[in-house]
Write a protein that binds this ligand. Structure first.
Ligand code: SF4
Ligand code: SF4
Length: 466
């Protein structure tokens, strides 16, 4: 056996070892004396000594040791390619309307176009779903998106009923969620959405009231913070709610204040929250407005990584559900990476990435009565992995990241790494429930002395000393 190329290792002051394998998403803790005994047995070829054999078995089971002839990178690339091409599940992000009742300054969709899905487009969507099921698709996952989908509630109703009926006819699975700004959510709407198998709502806040109300503004400029809290409560009466908190530097400094307000209202018991650093991602044909960059006040990758950990600590402090889990290996990078995943706009344009929503020049296709007619921009999404830098293919985080964002690579942006690249050791400390300052990264042989004991030669993350 040889060592996996995807092992990360840290040691505490007592010599105990904390191992994380990014390929399997597995963690293994090894006491200092167990490691000494295991190495002594492995190096002398006496790995059948009982304790050492048990350790070795665990290292193999958890993927820290792999077969001598395993080509892990080739296996990762092959599995990724297979998952990209799978037609087993159809994922549709559907904009029943491209209109929105808010006018957030950073919204990449603003001023692109507004419009509601016509009956003809709705019929084409249903036909497309039916055709997919007819050719082997087993389940449909829908995300209601926009614009603001609740502005076209009757379209959501009609299409939901059609999808449920097609899935029943073909014996296929169905799930749905909704991404809404929450201002139009009521208990009655939430109840009806739940009756159409909408199983989760995602609603966004932009910080405590004063900051939020300056950013998530309706056309009439009235404050929205507390109206959105009402919407969250209404949705939570019928489905789990995920609260997305958009974060720039200003909001980062006041996250605790926001969580205090939410907890005082009891929302800590009914929502799960995550933070989304505002980022500049520019679709190819649409250069960012110059004013955007300054206004965005965006965090850089390292700041976002630091804040992510602090945010989790704050969630814990204020009684929100919190997970300190290390990331799992991914099958695909995102919706744009999957062949059977589409954003269908109200006008029937088909996009592969939500950042290009509303940009006709970027449309990957048009939905017709005969299915999707693909257009030239579709090709770049099919071939995006060719733009992934060599750094990704030599990166120990590849299994949990796969390169993260195809659009950034296509745009040749340099800031493509996710927070885990910067904060893996602190995440590992939290998973193992040890103080993060006690862990230091190490590279240790895990295989026998004469069987592949030198770790992989792959690059470890550059930020090992967090
Ligand atoms: S390509 Fe990037 S921006 Fe587009 S959906 Fe994927 S991760 Fe998101
Ligand atoms: S962490 Fe960065 S370098 Fe590594 S695979 Fe992800 S995007 Fe690529």
């Amino acid at each position: 056996m040889k060592e996996s190329a995807y092992n990360l290792c840290a040691r505490d002051a007592d010599g105990n070892l904390y191992l994380f394998n990014t390929r399997r998403g597995s963690v293994h803790l090894m006491a200092a004396d167990a490691y000494v005994a295991y190495r002594a047995a492995a190096s002398s070829g006496a790995a059948d000594v009982e304790d050492a054999a048990e350790t070795r078995r665990k290292l193999i089971d958890k993927g820290f040791l792999v077969d001598d002839d395993a080509d892990e990178l080739a296996e990762i690339i092959a599995a990724h390619q297979q998952a990209r091409e799978s037609r087993e599940q159809l994922d549709l992000l559907i904009a029943p309307s491209m209109a929105c009742n808010l006018d957030c300054f950073y919204c990449f969709e603003s001023n692109r176009y507004a419009g509601r899905m016509r009956a003809e487009v709705q019929s084409n969507v249903e036909r497309f779903v039916r055709r997919c099921f007819g050719s082997g698709t087993k389940r449909l996952d829908v995300t209601w998106y926009g614009g603001e989908p609740l502005l076209a509630f009757s379209v959501v109703e009609k299409l939901s009923e059609r999808f449920l009926s097609v899935c029943e006819e073909f014996g296929g699975g169905y799930s749905a969620q909704i991404v809404t700004n929450g201002t139009l959510m009521s208990r009655e709407k939430a109840r009806r959405l739940a009756s159409w198998k909408v199983k989760r709502a995602q609603i966004t806040l932009d910080g405590p009231p004063e900051l939020h109300d300056a950013r998530r503004v309706p056309k009439n400029r009235k404050p929205t913070f507390y109206a959105i809290l009402d919407g969250i409560e209404a949705a939570a009466a019928h489905m789990p709610v995920t609260l997305r908190i958009n974060v720039c530097r200003k909001v980062a400094a006041r996250l605790e204040e926001l969580l205090q307000i939410l907890a005082a209202r009891g929302l800590n018991r009914v929502v799960s929250a995550y933070m989304a650093p505002l980022q500049r991602v520019t679709p190819m044909s649409s250069p960012a407005l110059p004013s955007h960059d300054a206004q965005l006040d965006a965090l850089d990758g390292r700041e976002a990584a630091d804040l992510g950990l602090r945010f989790n600590d704050l969630l814990w402090k204020y009684g929100f559900a919190v997970s300190h889990r290390l990331p799992e290996p991914r099958c695909t990078a995102c919706m744009a990476d999957k062949a059977h995943s589409f954003l269908i706009e109200a006008n029937g344009d088909v996009q592969k990435c939500y950042w290009t929503a509303g940009l006709r020049a970027e449309a990957a296709g048009r939905l017709t009565a005969d299915g999707i007619v693909f257009l030239e921009p579709h090709r770049k999404w099919q071939e995006w992995t060719a733009s992934r830098p060599a750094e990704c293919l030599h990166c120990i985080m590849l299994p949990v990241c796969l390169g993260r964002c195809p659009l950034r690579h296509l745009n040749r942006q340099s800031d493509y790494c996710p927070p885990i690249k910067h904060n893996w050791i602190r995440m590992l400390a939290r998973t193992a429930r040890v103080p993060e300052e006690q862990l230091v990264p190490v590279q240790l042989p895990l295989a026998g002395a004469n069987v592949g004991s030198s770790p992989s030669g792959r690059e470890l993350p550059t930020d090992l000393h967090n």
